[in-house]
Design a protein around this ligand. Sequence first.
Ligand code: 13P
Length: 254
Amino acid sequence: MARDLIVIGNWKMYKTSREAADYIEQLLPKIEGNKARVFLAVPFTSIASAAACAKQAKLEIGAQNMNDARDGAFTGEIAALMLKEAGATFVLLGHSERRHIFGESEDLIHRKLARALQDDILPVLCVGETLEEHEAGNMKEVLKRQIESALADVPKEHAGDLILAYEPVWAIGTGKTATPKQAQEAHAFCRECLAEIYGKRKAGQISILYGGSVKPDNAKKLLSEKDIDGVLVGGASLDADTLADIIQHCEGIR
Ligand code: 13P
């Protein structure tokens, strides 16, 4: 079975709800008929307006984070059920900015992932090694640990219910991209880790996206690799035309 090709724009802490609506209006005609699934991970306050604009289009709106509890006295936090009611269908979990700036532990990411599955919102699990870990030759060890810890004890009925994103921390916002060969090697390894947990067949169905300084001029080569099933785009997704250019590169792939 062919895996879904997926392009996710991660806006991070950019764009108000009005800006989100303008952006989507600009993006939609440009991606009509494209075979990639397009997702936008927008700020919480933009989810409802973005979802309203995306309605009936092939565009899914999601969040960039959530709490691991169903509800509770957690001032300033947001729950999966709230995101869903606002119109989110997916949530990014374990993004390196959450791990490294906000100190999210592997255990917390594991609990968030379990919550996302329980409350029926699709998790996009982000993993990746830092520059230090990369230079020390520890990429595989880090990826294995991050994947295994996040997916520990996932109930059988949810096996494979996720998108995985490999985002080497040294490539995020730095302009340095992993070469297609480096990225392919990391993706193939991630798939091996998934196969150990879920078996080869299930692992072969999970889309694994690459993120880290993806731009229109490097997207095509990355997307041509056999285990790269899409891209997770930060900075370059802030401009609708630029994201549309990247999505265009999914045509003719596979
Ligand atoms: P950049 O594309 O800006 O490097 O960001 C990548 C990222 O963090 C996407 O989640």
